[in-house]
Design a protein. Structure first.
Length: 95
């Protein structure tokens, strides 16, 4: 969870990403305090933007399915969700 101030509740929270060691796809499970659009980014360990999307989310539980192209190299990547000037990141590994 992202905390900006002690009393502030994060507008979104990643609950899980499965699998974190993936081949062709993974699912991002997250919760949201409100409806809106969240920015999804997949960033390489070297900081290159691999993919981006806009996700229409609903209040409560949400799932986003990401499929890679077959040219994505094995390695460490970061899933980034951005909403309302808050950024959450999660590490995944491509086999």
């Amino acid at each position: 969870m992202v905390m900006v101030h002690d009393k502030e509740i994060a507008p979104i929270e990643i609950k899980s990403i499965s699998p974190t060691l993936f081949r062709d796809n993974f699912k991002v499970n997250f919760t949201s305090m409100a409806e809106g659009v969240v920015d999804f980014k997949l960033i390489s360990i070297s900081g290159n933007l691999i993919a981006s999307d806009k996700i229409q989310m609903q209040q409560g539980f949400n799932t986003y399915d990401y499929r890679t192209d077959h040219n994505l190299q094995s390695g460490i990547y970061f899933v980034i969700l951005i909403y309302d000037d808050k950024t959450i990141s999660y590490k995944v590994v491509k086999q």
